[in-house]
Write a protein that binds this ligand. Structure first.
Ligand SMILES: Nc1ncnc2c1ncn2[C@@H]1O[C@H](COP(=O)(O)OP(=O)(O)OP(=O)(O)O)[C@@H](O)[C@H]1O
Ligand SMILES: [Mg+2]
Length: 467
């Protein structure tokens, strides 16, 4: 069913046409002249316009122009008597969808109308696809924070070079996104970006996955297999979770980086390959080196350039922007009319510490858009931990002393409770609370972070706590 507007100065035509179209299941609006039609179009959307050509005061062509200027790309069908077919053809050249010659057959009208509606639907779909494409290519890495702008600049600077890049950041901060951006902005973009997650393979499998194997190299190796390194020739090899690469394999990777050569498992031939290596990790590789879990020489080779992605809690100014971006994205995907969040919901999002970073934000918004019943995301659309009553500074009553939980857990509960009390009593002033607790301020900050007790939660408690 579509909403169709018929514009004709002859009443009989209006009646006949509307009957045919209504019988076919469409909703029809009628106008006896272009002025009335433009009036209607100023406050109602239509899927198609059928307009007579010859009308007093404003003819169909002039009306068509006005529609283009004022309404946009609505499919437009011109109806005309034989004598003015020339003009109808002109209208089509100007962009009208089709023309109908009067008098017409019912069948003919329905066919042309369906054709126009299908065409319009396809156009809308295409426009949507184009928009999705634009957002995924143009602004994949969103963010206004200085650290993100710097990151984008650095990506632009190192992408064109063959240099190895190490991407460091907590889980969900966008490491893979950055790896893709590096590949896409490099001269290797036409070749493959091959990704391997080093944490996803057992130690004995990862070598043959990376370097391939010869026939008979091990039980089950019934034929020669090319490895990912070979497949990435001319392109980029993205080694995700590089911290999980087993120690025995690390010299092989080092050799690939230094000499651009490798051997397949069970093979003797030296194979040359031209890959640009990008690695990512959420681990502290320096600490792993100290613990003997990661080779220092490989680290330096990978870490020629390192890109640090800050955790979301270090760039709270981006929470709103990213949140809005995800709201639009999910509203479109889930077909929900959600357009933003209430000020209160935004404040809750900004106060949260986001241990799962952008991925967590994305999940919270997806769920929120699903639950949201209006046009704005509200606090009640967020998971329980965001709800004000749950993050209030009010200390909970001390749990009874029982042997129902392990000691460390009980101690944590008591500690958290005492910290809440101290923060409330100190009205959110950390130095004061630290004194009450008899610990240093940095120790207190560490514990506030551990229990996810942001200071802002306590400044709002200020008014509610009596002296
Ligand atoms: N700056 C950003 N703008 C828009 N979306 C982002 C941004 N950073 C990350 N995302 C989105 O957040 C999600 C997580 O990103 P990604 O998978 O790149 O993180 P990661 O650091 O590789 O995580 P993990 O360590 O868990 O593998 C993805 O859906 C990604 O599209
Ligand atoms: Mg990742």
């Amino acid at each position: 069913m579509a909403h169709i507007l018929i514009v004709d100065d002859e009443k009989n035509y209006r009646i006949v046409l509307s009957r045919i179209l209504e019988d076919a299941g469409h909703r029809v609006s009628l106008a006896e002249n272009p002025f009335a039609a433009l009036e209607l179009l100023s406050h109602e959307g239509v899927a198609l316009i059928l307009s007579d050509l010859r009308m007093p005061h404003m003819d169909g062509m002039a009306f068509f122009q006005r529609v283009r200027e004022e309404v946009g790309d609505v499919p437009f069908i011109i109806m005309t008597a034989f004598a003015t077919v020339e003009t109808a053809l002109q209208a089509m050249k100007a962009g009208a969808f089709d023309y109908l010659m009067k008098p017409f057959q019912n069948e003919e009208i329905l066919i042309i109308v369906e054709k126009a509606l299908t065409f319009a639907r396809l156009q809308t779909e295409n426009a949507l696809l184009r928009r999705q494409l634009e957002t995924s290519i143009g602004q994949e890495i969103m963010g206004q924070a200085p650290a993100i702008r710097q990151l984008l600049q650095d990506i632009g600077r190192v992408a064109p070079t063959p240099t190895s890049v190490l991407i460091c950041g907590e889980s969900g901060t966008g490491k893979e996104l950055v790896a893709r951006a590096l590949h896409r902005s490099s001269p290797r973009k036409a070749a493959a970006l091959v990704t391997i997650n080093c944490a996803a393979f057992a130690e004995n499998l990862i070598e043959s996955e990376l370097f391939g194997h010869e026939r008979g190299a091990f039980t089950g190796a019934i034929e020669r297999k090319r490895g990912l390194v070979e497949m990435a020739d001319g392109g980029t090899l993205f080694l995700d979770e590089i911290g999980e690469l087993p120690l025995p394999l690390q010299p092989k990777l080092l050799r690939l980086l230094q000499e651009k050569r490798f051997r397949r498992v069970g093979g003797t031939a030296e194979i040359e390959t031209d890959v640009r290596v990008v690695a990512a990790t959420h681990r502290d590789l320096q600490a792993m080196i100290d613990a003997g879990q990661f080779r220092e020489d490989l680290y330096y080779r990978l870490n020629v350039v390192s890109l640090q992605i800050p955790p979301l809690r270090k760039r709270p100014e981006d929470i709103g922007l990213l949140g809005l971006f995800f709201i639009e994205d999910y509203a479109r995907k889930l077909g929900r009319p959600v357009h933003g969040f209430s000020a209160e919901a935004l404040r809750l999002l900004q106060d949260y510490s986001w241990p799962g970073n952008i991925r967590e934000l994305q999940n919270v918004i997806e769920r929120g858009v699903l639950f949201c019943s209006g046009e704005q995301l509200l606090p009640e659309d967020l998971p329980d931990i965001f709800r004000k009553d749950n993050v209030t500074a009010e200390p909970r009553p001390l749990p009874p002393l029982e042997f129902n939980k392990p000691l460390p857990e009980q101690l944590d509960e008591i500690e958290e409770n005492l910290i809440r009390r101290a923060m409330v009593q100190a009205r959110g002033v950390q130095a004061h609370a630290a004194r009450l607790l008899g610990i240093s301020r940095s120790n207190l900050q560490h514990k506030l972070h551990k229990y996810d007790l942001g200071s802002s939660k306590f400044s709002s408690a200020e008014q509610t706590v009596p002296d």
